[in-house]
Write a new protein. Structure first.
Ligand code: 3AM
Length: 188
């Protein structure tokens, strides 16, 4: 199974982000872009990749340990950006406003517990983001820059994080299919 840990969004935040996506989509009509379906919007805590049965068992154990020790928190979704940069935009995302500390702590705690169970360390630093779209051929930087005009000044949502989930990702030509495998309630 191809798996990752994620924080899911409430319906209101999802709807606000979907409206921004629609406006950006119109502005980018004709470009080779794959938009994340609103029901699939999420914040990835840790990508795990393909796991066998033993790997899955270890990942579930790590998540249970983390969830027992961490308390619920809230983050504010606001602003947007691209990875890796404006000129080579591949991933278009919505950001997380300061303080991002509780999200980082959650991601780092998961990372620690996974490494204790012999998972290879994540090589990229954790960057909290909600992916809106994956861009196949980057348009000019000014086109990407102009997309920022479609963002409202106010936050896109205040997300109460009471749990995180282990998600299964099935790769499909028309976009990945994400299915929650197990939810972990933050009870610390
Ligand atoms: O939150 P997003 O959508 O950015 O990019 C993939 C997605 O993150 C990421 O895991 C999430 C669920 O698919 N992902 C996919 N392959 C990856 C890899 N090899 C990866 N992250 C790190 N390494």
């Amino acid at each position: 199974m191809r798996l990752f840990f994620a924080v899911l969004l409430d319906d209101q935040t999802r709807q606000h982000i979907a409206l921004v996506q629609q406006a950006m989509k119109r502005a980018l009509a004709g470009q080779r872009i794959s938009w994340v379906k609103p029901e699939n919007l999420h914040l990835t805590l840790r990508f795990l990749g393909e796991l066998d049965e033993e790997g899955l068992k270890q990942a579930l154990e790590a998540a249970q340990v983390v969830a027992r020790q961490r308390a619920p928190f809230r983050f504010v979704a606001r602003g947007a950006g691209v990875f890796p940069d404006m000129r080579r935009a591949r991933v278009l995302w919505v950001g997380v406003e300061e303080p991002v500390e509780p999200l980082f702590q959650l991601a780092h705690h998961l990372e620690r517990e996974l490494q204790r169970r012999a998972f290879p360390p994540e090589d990229k630093p954790f960057r909290s983001h909600i992916t809106l779209a994956r861009i196949k051929e980057p348009p000019p930087a000014q086109v990407i820059q102009s997309l920022m005009d479609y963002l409202p000044k106010e936050p896109l949502g205040a997300v109460e994080v009471r749990s995180f989930v282990l998600m299964q990702s099935i790769l499909r030509p028309d976009g990945s299919l994400y299915t929650p495998v197990q939810e972990f309630l933050l009870s610390g």
